[in-house]
Design a protein around this ligand. Sequence first.
Ligand code: ZN
Length: 325
Amino acid sequence: MIASREVLKGFFFSTLRNFGYLKSKLKKINTKNEVLILNLHKVSNEVNPYWPPLKINYFNDLISYLKKETELVTFQDLKFENLTKKPRVIISFDDGYRDFFDCAMPILKKYKISVNQNIIPEAIETGLAPWNIRMYDFLFNAPENLLKNFKVHGWDLNFKNLNEKEKSKFGLKLSIYLKNRSKKERERLLQNSMKWINEFKGTTYSQMMDRNQLLEVYDLHEIGLHSYSHESMQFESTEYFQQDLEKCWSYYFNLFQFDPDIYAFPNGSYREGQPEMAVEQGYKFVLLVGDRVAESHSSILNRVTHYGESSAEAVVRGVGYGISI
Ligand SMILES: [Zn+2]
């Protein structure tokens, strides 16, 4: 049953790719005023059903298509008028995973494309992935008898007999349950389970880029800040958020000797007034996540989450499938 649904889904996206859908979708983007910003995370052939990365060849196909049919630009380019007839697209990565350096950058180099990568200073300095990714890594690696002891307060966990698809949905639900909270509240809910995560030595954790890799990225791509330690800002105090903006600013300045331009809210989480606070702080491009194209002249820009379980799906979602344009 599941397999046939997968086949149908694959067929559906291949059909869209082959029958004029892509160009008709791109035509709807106003080349003067709008920009489609795709938000990506991991590009890797590693398997983790709790949070599947975009496979390397799907990423290659996405970039190859966009390079041909769109104007792939960076945030700095938005200052200039689009003189082409092609719609503008920005590729915007979050979190700063090591696979960006190892898997995505060689492809971007091949097509001579610059993208945006928003990093988490704490992750660069400690080498530790954000808490939810470490949790997924643990869930994927830990044996079932250990998972029985893994408790999240107020959440009725049941890992038994989950197939790959269900694991992916489960991971998403658990992440949403935990990330719509302040750091303090989340740590309270995870109090008991962190003990199991930390004591189990069999987890292969997702790697983050380090300072040296970051300096190499800086030469070719646009680096932004993705908060200092990846908290959901909607649930943090105004003082916490203000300090975060400042900490990010000095981290970037100390590393690159330039002021930063980009701040991307983690977990797409913010509350009214916070994006404007980031603009006041001096960030020229403040990035959110939603389901629409962005106004290219605005300082507060919307991004569209990108993913794909096949080459066709990666390309179809790369032109804004599922969003109203
Ligand atoms: Zn993130």
